[in-house]
Design a protein around this ligand. Structure first.
Ligand code: BV8
Length: 245
């Protein structure tokens, strides 16, 4: 009998997802065999320096990911989290490292996209707010029509760039007001900071911590519980409503 996170009507659940939750939707992860980093050097396609050096290469990388993400659909793992949100309401928060938009398409609303979203762009020069952009930019690169100076860039947090402080503040506030906290990480190698540090912050707040992952991850030892398996199979059962709700 699979042990389940103890979720009752006083429990808040903070979820962190990574690329693994979208793998069954057909979206390549980063560090698995055949993953995105096998064919691209991180510093060339996911860093400010890379964009400075070769914006066309970066736009080819993100345009291909936009095209791929558009052809993929949420899987039962995404839907199980959207269902849990509907059950828990403001006692639920989802922080995702993913930029593919699948959580939003599965119905998740209490969602913090820590690393941005593939379908938003912004100006690389002026402070114009991010805007919806679904296009694939593989020809002439779009230049900001407001400042006339900067190129459009993906609204993505690249390596070496700060995460949005408001996102981190929202997560911290959520944990602070929880009577009882469960922290659930799904489909992440625990390789990238500061997201990888969230389990430590949650533990320091007394959370019961769970990792659902296809294999042992870098920080598996930091979790109280490790459930090995594919999230599309594991999550619907692990988060199934119990009579105590
Ligand atoms: C920051 C957007 C402050 C890109 C991403 C030196 C200089 C500068 C910074 C650093 C430095 N050294 C360290 C840092 C910090 C750096 C970092 O952590 N580097 C790592 C590589 C060591 N972090 C940063 O730079 C962050 N900013 O620290 O700012 C600062 C500023 C200046 C100087 C110093 C500090 C910004 C990090 C954000 C980077 N952007 N994404 C894009 O997406 O195009 S990160 C990228 O990795 C993705 O967002 C991805 O989500 C994330 C983590 O990867 P995972 O999601 O975990 O995916 P992965 O493939 O690794 O693992 C998938 C897992 O799923 C596997 O374990 C697999 O087994 C499992 N799985 C597979 N299938 C399934 C499954 N599980 C369940 N079911 C399945 N079916």
């Amino acid at each position: 009998m699979q042990l389940r996170p103890p979720i009752d009507d006083e429990t808040s659940v903070l979820v962190l997802t990574g690329a693994g939750i979208s793998a069954e939707s057909g979206i390549p992860t980063f560090r698995d065999a055949g993953g995105l980093w096998e064919s691209h050097a991180i510093e060339d396609v996911a860093s400010p320096g890379g964009f400075e050096r070769d914006p066309a290469l970066v736009w080819r990388f993100y345009s291909e990911r936009r095209r791929k993400a558009r052809t993929c659909a949420p899987n039962p793992g995404h839907r199980a989290l959207a269902l849990l949100e509907r059950r828990l309401g403001d006692r639920f928060l989802l922080a995702s490292q993913n930029v593919d938009g699948l959580h939003g398409r599965a119905g998740s609303e209490r969602l913090v996209e820590l690393h941005g979203n593939l379908f938003l762009s912004r100006c690389s020069h002026c402070a114009r707010p991010p805007f919806s952009d679904e296009a694939e930019h593989t020809g002439a690169l779009p230049r900001c029509e407001q400042c006339g100076t900067g190129l459009w860039r993906p609204h993505i947090v690249w390596f070496g760039e700060m995460l949005d402080p408001e996102h981190l503040e929202r997560i911290d506030h959520f944990m602070g007001k929880a009577k009882r906290l469960v922290f659930l990480a799904v489909g992440t190698s625990g390789a990238v900071w500061p997201a990888a540090g969230l389990v430590g912050v949650a533990r320091a707040r007394g959370a019961d911590t769970w990792l659902v992952n296809a294999e042992r991850a870098e920080n598996t030892g930091h979790f109280h519980h490790f459930v090995q398996g594919e999230s599309g199979t594991v999550l619907p059962d692990l988060l199934a409503s119990t009579s105590r709700w």
